[in-house]
Design a protein around this ligand. Structure first.
Ligand code: G6P
Ligand code: MG
Length: 226
């Protein structure tokens, strides 16, 4: 069994796709006459596509048939995919590659743990798929974050005890999921919003190699004791 593993959320951690999710939800909201702001979009981070649509319809006080619901899900996703098609390596968030390269050099197994059903095409577009030893996405889970399922499956696929895993997350629900999986959570973004995380950084430019090395050592000790 590997001693340590690193798990990355996708949207908001590796790439800033939140802006494309926002544009696609906004298009649908406009069509339905629902007011939808960039602040509203915050509540959609880390939340499954299906649940996002439920929230949007609740905001507009709209109830619909199952068929209509499914049709709007498809419409939103097709719109979103138009933006994804244009993505390339320039959309990788600052210093993500520096950290991925370092962990790869150290032969530390890495997994993706995302709620998105579009995770693989996005990683392909930004040429990062090859870094990951396991991909756990919206197609492979039955319970959404804050349930720890996504991260527990990722740990099992990496062959790492959950106690030896580090999770990078930008969503409150994701931090909660990592904590309940007994993993070490690192928030990427606003430390006040991500106050439940063990550590937090504004972005990856603020994470140095010394920190990562110490983290790996402390996890190995934690794992040995566990
Ligand atoms: C991520 C994003 C959410 C998005 C979800 C599903 O968690 O932060 O905003 O709703 O993935 O994404 P999908 O690509 O499957 O619509
Ligand atoms: Mg995210």
């Amino acid at each position: 069994m590997n001693k340590t593993g690193f798990i990355f959320d996708l949207d908001g951690v590796i790439v800033d796709t939140a802006k494309y999710h926002y544009l696609a939800w906004k298009n649908l909201a406009d069509e339905l006459g629902i007011e939808f702001t960039i602040e509203d979009n915050e509540n959609f981070k880390g939340v499954s596509r299906r649940r996002c649509l439920e929230i949007l319809l609740e905001m507009g006080g709209i109830s619909v048939s199952k068929e209509q619901f499914e049709a709007w899900l498809v419409e939103k996703n097709e719109d979103y995919l138009q933006y994804i098609l244009k993505m390339d390596e320039n959309e990788i968030l600052p210093d993500v590659k520096r950290i991925l390269n370092y962990l790869k050099e150290q032969k530390i197994p890495m997994a993706l743990g995302s709620a998105s059903k579009n995770a693989i095409p996005i990683l392909e577009k930004v040429s990062l798929l090859r870094y990951f030893d396991a991909i756990v996405d919206g197609n492979s889970v039955t319970k959404a974050k804050p349930d720890p399922e996504v991260f527990l499956i990722a740990a099992a696929k990496l062959g790492v005890d959950p106690l030896g895993c580090v999770v990078f997350e930008d969503a409150v629900a994701g931090i909660e999921a990592a904590n309940s999986a007994k993993m070490l959570s690192i928030g990427i973004g606003d430390s006040e919003v991500l106050s439940e995380s063990k550590f937090s950084f504004e972005d990856f430019t603020k994470i140095d190699i010394d920190f990562l090395n110490k983290l790996v050592l402390s996890l190995q000790e934690r794992n040995n004791k566990g």
